[in-house]
Design a protein around this ligand. Sequence first.
Ligand code: NAG
Ligand code: NAG
Ligand code: NAG
Length: 167
Amino acid sequence: MAAKYIVVLVAITTLMLRNHNVGATELIVGDDAAWNVPGSPETYSTWASKHTFSVGDVLVFNFVNGSHTVALVNKNAFETCNTSNVNSAIMSQSPVRVPLQKTGQLHFICTVDDHCLSGLKLSINVTDKSPLSPASSSTPPANSSPTNIPSFAFVASSSLMLFFVNL
Ligand SMILES: *[C@@H]1O[C@H](CO)[C@@H](O)[C@H](O)[C@H]1NC(C)=O
Ligand SMILES: *[C@@H]1O[C@H](CO)[C@@H](O)[C@H](O)[C@H]1NC(C)=O
Ligand SMILES: *[C@@H]1O[C@H](CO)[C@@H](O)[C@H](O)[C@H]1NC(C)=O
């Protein structure tokens, strides 16, 4: 009887850890400030410098619909706030979610009025998640942390076993 419980609990523990691990990191642009004309023009470069951006993460831009937009532009358009040089559709429905699909620099600006000139723009460098492991695009996300998670699961399930053995 106890053995059955242990098997079930170990399975549940392992599943929970797996699912937790699979979830992509969501990065809320600007944190509490969200995507709004900032008080200081450096707001979003400061925010970017405090975060790491990895392939598989998702950028989330929150704003009031109709107030702002998010547009992907090249570096020159980013620096000059040239809104006629947009690389993709202008995204205007908040929340705008941008999955980071490859490494490299990405530049975003707001195309409304002169918001970009006031600092409503973001430039990030997207890197590989684990620079120490060989980059392999064929590796499924579920196996992305093969070292730490199983040992934690082992500790967790060992504790559960001790608990039942003591009953
Ligand atoms: C903005 O970009 C467009 C398209 O590349 C270009 O024709 C225009 O001259 C640029 N404007 C400024 C002010 O740089
Ligand atoms: C913006 O509009 C979309 C589509 O109508 C809606 O789903 C979304 O909830 C709105 N976002 C906000 C922040 O009001
Ligand atoms: C991204 O990397 C480039 C060159 O590697 C660097 O010049 C630039 O400042 C970086 N941008 C950010 C936002 O870290």
